[in-house]
Design a protein around this ligand. Structure first.
Ligand code: GLN
Length: 328
């Protein structure tokens, strides 16, 4: 594991924070709620097993449904070991510095900071990605878009594939495609320089800089070539749904990567008309959409690009709208 780790954790001697009483939301609306400290301490000389159990119990009390897994993943990160190591070293005594880091990170988890930000990485399509609050944490559902790109690559093989990943964030889709399609050239675009810095770090970590090209700009306007596939996980959450998202997402992940106007389609609506001048003839667009946007986005594509063929709505394993694909 590389990138900033526990050494960057703030001073944790008391592992004390302020959170809004009675609600997990911390950085959001304060309202009239009382603020009270989160305190959680481990006794000196605590062993791995009891430390995980104590953290699990504290996270459960805070209403975190993945308490035990989180407690394990965070401790494994602090100790720089794999999660399975913990099970074989139940009685290993934590060094004071490790115990302090653990307390600090568990308190931050109680405040609803996502585990992926605490441990600074997330696996996506079998690739380990560095992540921090500059980028959206890649979701397993987005792997469906990679599958679709790989299907397109297989149809076109042995022709080389050129793709654009618009709104690349951490670089998840771009890097997953580049590492699975050896002759692919991938243009990874983002409006956020912060996000591109993270994508660059990931690209270098996976030695894919010869086939992944980072571009800073708005949607497809900066693309220097025509591509065979445009794939995009753009912001698509509507403003009222955003208010109902988990505090983990709402208070910590970049809202610029999530929210897109009252219907959630403001950004997708700007992308669609740009597609004809960016795609090769017969090129394909693959867009991630919200759980309830299938009809809306299909109608938008039909309206803005009447020449489209093979317009398809794809649902995820939960049966929810997840992706729209079409050919030009
Ligand atoms: N799937 C994300 C969420 O529900 C949203 C990602 C996006 O807007 N592209 O939190």
């Amino acid at each position: 594991m590389t990138g900033p780790t526990v050494s960057s954790a703030p001073d944790a001697t008391t592992a004390k924070r302020l959170i809004a009483h009675g609600d997990a939301a911390t950085n959001g609306a304060v309202g009239t709620r009382q603020w009270q400290p989160v305190e959680w301490k481990l006794s000196a000389g605590v062993q791995v097993g009891p430390a995980v159990n104590a953290a699990t119990q504290r996270l459960e009390e805070a209403g975190i449904t993945t308490a035990r897994l989180d407690a394990q993943v965070i401790l494994a990160h602090v100790l720089g070991v794999g999660r399975s190591w913990l099970f074989a070293h139940y009685e290993h005594e934590l060094a004071p510095a490790h115990a302090e880091c653990y307390m600090e990170l568990i308190v931050r988890r109680i405040e609803r900071e996502p585990v992926a930000y605490l441990v600074r990485h997330k696996e996506f399509y079998g690739i380990d990605l560095y992540v921090d609050p500059r980028v959206l944490i890649p979701r397993p559902e987005t792997e469906m878009l990679v599958d679709q790109v790989l299907t397109e690559a297989a149809v076109r093989a042995p022709q080389p594939l050129t793709i654009a990943d618009v709104g690349t964030g951490s670089g998840a889709i771009a890097l997953a495609v580049a590492s699975n399609v050896p002759n692919a050239q991938v243009y990874a675009i983002d409006l956020s320089l912060n996000a591109l810095a993270v994508a660059q770090h990931n690209m270098e970590r996976h030695s894919l800089h010869d086939r992944v090209h980072l571009l800073h700009g708005d949607l497809l306007t900066v693309l220097p070539v025509h591509v065979d596939v445009v794939v995009a996980n753009l912001p698509y959450v509507n403003t009222s749904d955003f208010a109902t998202l988990d505090a983990d997402v709402r208070n910590y992940e970049p809202s610029s990567a999530l929210v897109a106007g009252p219907q959630g389609i403001d950004v997708i609506e700007r992308l669609i008309p740009q597609l004809p001048s960016s795609l090769n003839p017969g090129g394909v667009a693959i867009l991630e959409i919200a759980y309830d946007q299938g009809e809306l986005v299909m109608a938008l594509v039909e309206k803005l690009l009447p020449q489209t063929t093979q317009l398809e709505l794809h649902r995820d394993y939960h049966g929810r709208d997840r992706m729209v694909s079409f050919q030009l």
